[in-house]
Design a binder for this molecule. Structure first.
Ligand code: ADP
Ligand code: MG
Length: 593
């Protein structure tokens, strides 16, 4: 029998190893940003093109590399950060394996420009598929710029596994946010396809959080601080009434490194016990400082999981310090919010935890607006009743409902491509087009989910999506619901082929919509009663017309008609106001001054 075993060609071995470190553009973002931090940069620019498919570039003003180090940096196990096994237990830098640049260079085209403080010239290196293809001396500022182009150009299978641009970009932004939060003293910018998404000055943690997550965060943050022999805990937690419906703004850092820590998350949630409405999640930004010898960051190649030696005591310390912080700022009253409706109304600006309320304005009639039908004549209220009845059935078809020709002369105007202005008998209504449509679609989808199956629209060009293993699992969870909504699909190997989709979803949005559905399903179990609502919301949010989308009069009409045909028309599924009414009397008053 001939010998069977052969050594893998070097290039193949490198590609396999690279798979551990580089899963998607966001992995490149993470590694390059960490290297910039390790190089003691004070300012870091991240420039992304086409969600990282075309290029990811990081420019830092750190200590740079000599030409020889620059060349070595692409070798596997080349690192300036550890030299002995003992160093492994004292890691103070983000990286230490010396794997990232080698891995990235194996699966992309990389250009590096770097200069150290004292050097007169800078080094330029070009790598392709792990090989050095050019090296020269150039002029450049102190620091390092690394551009990673055409990621996975030599591994088409990997390239095909990438998700849609919005999802890939989101992953990169997540990495950016984690590192920017951990290093608020460092300046950062993020440019995506020429658009500046972030410009963060050197600042303190609170300012950094506010600059990343928005001004609304400011009044919601409560500092947390605790120092013991085994751990120092600092950071901020969100007040309980500011909890969000969506998981997300939850961050743990161990020695300035972002970590995932379900166990500690549990400690935090435990501290909030009784303060949160079901299905809402508190925000937190919590930093642990521990002796590097007492944590093992080495257990996972992408290093988001860590093992703490003193896990149990840290759990208790964390829980009590969160409780303490909540109590100190007097946000842990012993009141039960849900049993005190007044308190809820008083907190009406905490937009996420309150269930949308039904507010009915009995005088309200958006179609009484036509100047030809002034006053509330009997025929008009008849028309309204007719319309109401008709629009009820049209409502289920969203904006595609047949337009009611009798209403063609009502006054509609689109304002700044985001609001619909409707004149009513004694008021002006400004309707938020996205939220109105989101509400209509949400109700429609939820209805489909609670009914037997809905027939979708056959697609002219079937859509294929490559799924990763966890998405295949989510698919199992959602299978029945997807059919009910009108999706028709087949899973072959790990590719999902979609033949039909709900008619409310534009073909070009199908891929992203499904990806979002599968992504959010990962937060649920099959028996979770909230799964259907979450599914309807995700889909409605994807399919609703956005601001910037021009509407025809007919579209505005059917949208408004469908909106007011439903019981809940004041608030979006996320509890946000759908329309604003300006009474004629208010307008008159303005002119009487
Ligand atoms: P690690 O960070 O684990 O050491 P990397 O492959 O990420 O491994 O980087 C290899 C080496 O290249 C680093 O140890 C460092 O010496 C050098 N290096 C990488 N990026 C930079 C940078 N932006 N500035 C200065 N040196 C860098
Ligand atoms: Mg590194």
């Amino acid at each position: 029998m001939p010998d069977r075993i052969a050594l893998l060609p070097d290039a193949v071995a490198k590609q396999i190893a690279a798979g551990e470190v580089v899963q998607r553009p966001a992995s490149v973002v993470k590694e390059l940003l960490e290297n910039a931090i390790d190089a003691e940069a004070k300012g870091v620019d991240l420039i992304i093109k086409d969600a990282g498919r075309t290029s990811v570039q990081v420019v830092d003003d750190g200590y740079g590399m000599s030409p020889a180090d620059a060349r070595l940096s692409f070798e596997r196990h080349a690192t300036s950060k550890i030299k002995t096994t003992a160093d492994l237990f004292q890691i103070a830098t983000q990286g230490f394996r010396g794997e990232a640049l080698a891995s990235i260079a194996a699966v992309a085209q990389v250009e590096m420009r770097t200069r150290t403080e004292g050097a007169e010239t800078a080094a330029f290196l070009q790598m392709e598929g792990g090989e050095l293809t050019a090296q020269k001396t150039i002029q450049a500022a102190k620091g390092t710029s690394i551009a990673v182009k055409k990621l996975f150009y030599n591994i088409p299978a990997r390239r095909n596994f990438l998700k849609s641009d919005p999802i890939e970009l989101r992953h990169s932004i997540d990495e950016f946010e984690r590192i920017a939060l951990a290093h608020p003293q460092v300046r950062f910018t993020l440019l995506s396809n020429g658009k500046e998404l972030f410009r963060l000055a050197s600042e303190n943690l609170r300012q950094r959080i506010v600059h990343i997550f928005g001004k609304k965060m400011d009044e919601k943050l409560v500092p947390i601080e605790e120092e013991t022999e085994i751990v120092k805990i600092t950071g901020f937690i969100g007040k309980s009434d500011a909890a969000r419906k969506k998981r997300g703004e939850q961050f743990f850092f161990a020695n300035r490194r972002f970590i995932k820590a379900p166990y500690f998350n549990h400690a935090v949630l435990d501290a909030y016990e009784g303060l949160l409405t079901p299905g809402s999640y508190p925000s937190y930004f919590i930093f642990f400082e521990v002796d590097p010898q007492k944590i093992d960051i080495n257990i996972h190649p992408t290093k988001t999981e860590v093992k703490f030696e003193d896990e149990k005591p840290i759990y208790s310390i964390l829980r009590s310090s969160v409780r303490h912080a909540l109590g100190m700022y007097n946000v842990t009253p012993s009141l039960d919010f849900s049993s005190n409706p007044d308190l809820e109304v008083g907190r009406s600006d905490t937009r996420t935890i309150r269930q949308p309320q039904i507010r009915v304005d009995p005088d309200f009639n958006p179609f009484a607006a036509s100047p030809r039908h002034k006053g509330s004549s009997p025929s008009e209220s008849q028309a309204w009743r007719d319309l109401y009845r008709e629009s009820r059935s049209a409502a289920t078809e969203g904006t595609r409902g047949e337009m009611d020709s009798a209403q063609a002369d009502a006054a509609y105007m689109q304002v700044h491509k985001q609001y619909i202005l409707v004149q009513t008998q004694n008021a002006l209504l400004l309707i938020h087009q996205y939220r109105a449509h989101q509400r209509i679609l949400y109700d429609t989808f939820l209805k489909s989910l609670r009914a037997a199956r809905t027939l979708g629209q056959r697609l002219l060009f079937p859509v294929a999506i490559a799924l990763n293993p966890s998405e295949v699992q989510s698919l199992d969870l959602l299978r029945e619901d997807l059919c009910k909504l009108g999706f028709d699909f087949e899973l072959k190997e790990s590719t999902l082929n979609i033949g039909s989709a709900p008619s409310e979803i534009k073909p070009e949005n199908i891929k992203t919509s499904l990806e979002k559905l599968l992504e959010q399903a990962q937060n649920h179990t099959a028996s979770d009663p909230k799964l259907k609502e979450a599914t309807a919301l995700t889909l409605a949010s994807q399919a609703a017309i956005r601001k910037g989308h021009t509407l025809t009069v007919a579209e505005m009409q059917s949208l408004v008609k469908a909106l007011f045909a439903r019981r809940e028309n004041s608030f979006s599924p996320q509890g946000k106001r759908i329309y604003h009414k300006i009474a004629l009397s208010e307008i008159t008053r303005q002119f009487d001054r």
